[in-house]
Design a protein around this ligand. Structure first.
Ligand code: MIC
Ligand code: SF4
Length: 755
């Protein structure tokens, strides 16, 4: 950790000169976000002022974090970059590949067996290149990062969309694809469009049933899954200062669900207390010395409308607990309206399973608040009606809450403690159900609830709420129950009501752990060898993609016109497919199998234009590839929402899809496409989506003069011989156009490193 302290000192040393330069360049008072961004600009860009939402800017992040499911591809790419060591401190976290079945110990043991090849690969690559390795069972990336690596005023990128969790400690932490991580680890600058700024002013103070989770559930309802696109959300105000650091982490974590680039809170006493509580008082001391730079200027917070592109105000005194869902995280219901919504929409009222924990909500405070509800089941003689699982976010939290008796409280009312891992949150859940065709409801304290996400079952209606609300619902077993106002009949036939939850922000006896699960890399990794078995079904070394042929792209077949929501889960499903995250060819067999075909309203059934038959998307595309025919994918709004997994961009690239044409993209996915040398374009007029017919042949015209800000043209050749054309937009800058031409960014890095 001493290494970190030196690094943090260097970062803080830059602050005063950079903030002064930024004031001069912008001529204005500064938000916190601007201060941190300016402090992390690459040298070349350090003196400039930037147009928000317009200019691409180069940054130099302080850290990289990767989780096992995305690290495989990130590191396979890094291995091709030809560097002996990573250029910035980096870590790998083994959390996504552990399946939840019976409980923590047995599940972890099985995971170590089943995933041995992948864990060995990740451990040896980490050892070789100087990357810290967090073993399976150590915890979920974002919780481990918050406890160990996040620091106020820092900047981090992570190969996971919930990387923004570290914003709870005042760090700009941004989710990216593996290729971006590869660049930063190779010592290259990291590029981002200078974000727009959304300010969220929190007044009042939380009380009773309402928790930090409800702030973000409310914000998701206001901004929707697209509303944060291209923006950083900065929280401020007395309400912000009253939230625990981990509560702030929850809010920033789930900010991924509104498409925000990241979210952030300023450094304050709660952050200092959390740093001290997690044995990092030395960082708090350094932060105290520059604390005026680790928050926005007073003038900014006094007149936010003048400094932010959009301002939202939420009064925590009035905020109700919320339940969001089903099927999308932005369908927000205050608890007082939820029962009615369940009835009116005919959602299954019986709750089958409640799940708490995850990277979003498994702090000591979350666990103690939930346990205070769980304990009432025993005290008030209530029999728990639904199944209940608890996923601790890290071994540090797990060990501490076990020591303090809280896991026992859950177990005595029927809860099952799962491994410190993603588990059900990412479909790694062997859910035992008697009838998967039954429409059913579950509720979680996670962040995502897209169809099929947790258990692969389209009939599951998944709702999201705070862990304490989930715990109350589990006991009641009924989604029309309002824990704040309603009574339940207990085993003695009495009517009983829940008392409000009470929690403890940080353990009174301090956090404790026996083995946190960390493995430091070799000092000199040059002798460490990384082996990939050529016959492996789980790992495959990457072959460079081919460069652009230098002409317009013509004669493309339509692979699929996707209808409605097409998230990364639809494009490259997780759950059972996670095991192929290190093997591009094998994982490509899940490409777009969840997307709904506009022409027949069916998933994974598209017309093969060579045979006229309908078949699965991957097989159809493989047939086009075998015949040397390119294809195009057409999609709707916010295409690629959700995960950072670059497989959603690499699979189409690998199988020969040439372009993705949609109404709009989610940020990470759009960048992933560019990085892999794909063409990601948007309809200039979204009504042109309606012109696309099933048997169309597409030309993309204008590529020989492909330049920033200049539209391209799509020509449709309809089956009846007629032709139509329309303009499409793109957001490629000069550098990204080079990636396209080279057939992917990695081809350029490889060239640079070799020269
Ligand atoms: C998720 O929450 O969707 C994941 C699984 O953590 C992903 C990463 C992945 O797909 O591996 C994410 O959020 O980026
Ligand atoms: Fe894991 Fe779920 Fe968090 Fe993603 S959101 S990192 S799958 S716990």
């Amino acid at each position: 950790m001493a290494f970190d302290l030196d690094m943090i000192k260097k970062v803080y040393d830059r602050y005063s000169t950079r903030v002064a330069a930024a004031r001069k360049a912008t001529g204005k008072h500064l938000t916190l976000t601007e201060k941190i961004l300016y402090a992390h600009l690459s040298e070349g860009d350090a003196q400039k002022a930037f147009a928000r939402g317009v200019d691409y800017v180069d940054f130099a992040p302080d850290r990289v974090a990767m989780q096992d499911a995305t690290a495989q591809m990130a590191l396979l790419q890094f291995m091709q970059a030809g560097r002996p060591q990573v250029a910035v401190p980096s870590t790998v976290h083994c959390d996504h590949l552990i399946q939840a079945k019976v409980g923590a110990d047995a599940d972890l043991k099985t995971a170590k067996d089943v995933n041995m090849e992948v864990y060995d690969f990740l451990a040896s690559v980490s050892d070789k290149y100087g990357i810290g390795f967090w073993k399976p069972g150590a915890g979920i990336i974002h919780q481990v990062v918050l406890e160990n690596y996040a620091f106020p005023g820092g900047m981090m990128i992570g190969t996971d969309s919930h990387t923004p969790n570290a914003g709870g400690l005042g760090m700009i932490a941004i989710g990216v694809g593996g290729a971006d991580a590869c660049d930063v680890m190779a010592g290259l600058p990291w590029e981002l469009k200078f974000p727009k700024l959304i300010g969220v002013k929190l007044t009042g103070k939380l009380s009773g049933w309402t928790s930090a989770k409800d702030v973000i559930l409310k914000v998701a309802g206001i901004l929707t899954v697209k509303g944060g696109t291209g923006a950083i959300v900065e929280y401020f105000g007395e309400g912000a200062r009253s939230l625990s650091a981990t509560g702030k982490g929850t809010i920033c974590n789930m900010g991924a669900e509104i498409g925000a680039t990241t979210s952030i809170f300023g450094y304050d006493e709660k952050a200092a207390a959390y740093l001290s509580g997690t044995k990092r008082a030395d960082i708090a001391e350094l932060a105290n010395a520059i604390k005026e730079h680790l928050t926005g200027d007073d003038e900014v917070y006094a007149n936010p409308e003048q400094y932010f592109d959009e301002v939202i105000e939420i009064n925590l005194d009035e905020l109700e607990p919320h339940v969001n869902g089903p099927f999308t995280p932005d369908l927000a219901w205050p608890i007082s309206k939820f029962a009615q919504a369940v009835k009116e929409n005919n959602w299954p009222t019986k709750l089958e399973v409640g799940l708490i924990g995850s990277c979003t909500n498994s702090s000591y405070e979350d666990i103690t608040r939930s346990a205070s509800i769980a304990k009432q089941a025993t005290d008030k003689h209530l029999t728990t009606k639904a199944e209940f699982t608890i996923t601790p976010g890290s071994e540090l939290v797990r060990y501490t809450v076990e020591r303090d008796g809280y896991l026992g409280t859950f177990e005595s009312m029927g809860g099952v403690v799962l491994a410190n891992a993603c588990g059900p949150c990412i479909g790694q859940w062997a859910r035992h159900t008697d009838d998967p065709t039954r429409r059913n409801s579950i509720i979680t304290s996670f962040n995502r609830n897209f169809a099929k996400r947790q258990d692969g079952n389209p009939n599951t209606h998944a709702f999201v709420a705070s862990p304490e609300i989930v715990t109350a619902f589990v006991i009641a077993g009924d989604l029309t129950f309002n824990p704040l106002t309603d009574t339940l009949t207990n085993d003695k036939g009495e009517q009983v009501k829940f008392d409000e939850p009470v929690g403890i922000e940080m353990p009174i006896k301090g956090y404790a752990v026996e083995d946190a699960g960390y493995q430091a890399p070799a000092e000199d990794g040059s002798q460490v060898s990384v082996l990939v078995d050529p016959k492996s079904s789980r790992l495959q070394l990457l072959e460079p993609f081919t460069a652009w042929e230098g002409t317009d792209i013509t004669g493309l077949k339509l692979l699929i016109k996707a209808k409605g929501k097409c998230t990364t889960d639809h494009i490259s499903m997780a759950g059972p497919w996670l095991k192929f995250r290190g093997h591009l060819d094998n994982i490509s067999n899940n490409m777009l199998i969840g997307a709904i075909n506009y022409f027949n309203n069916t998933a994974d059934s598209v017309k093969n234009e060579l045979t006229g038959e309908y078949g699965p998307v991957p097989a159809t595309q493989r047939d086009y590839k075998a015949h040397g025919i390119g294809s195009i994918v057409v999609g709707d709004e916010n295409y690629g929402e959700g995960s950072s997994r670059e497989h959603a961009a690499m699979e189409p690239r690998h199988l020969g899809v040439r372009a993705i044409l949609v109404k709009s993209f989610a940020r990470i996915h759009e960048t992933n496409l560019k990085k892999q040398g794909m063409l990601g374009i948007t309809f200039a007029d979204s009504n042109d989506y309606d012109k696309i017919q099933e048997d169309d042949i597409f030309d993309i015209v204008g590529l020989t003069s492909f330049t920033p800000d200049k539209q391209l043209t799509v020509v449709l050749h309809h089956k009846d011989g007629s032709q139509e054309s329309f303009q499409v937009n793109h957001t490629y800058n000069a550098q990204q156009i080079e990636w396209f031409k080279a057939g992917g960014a990695l081809n350029i890095i490889r060239r640079q490193m070799a020269s």
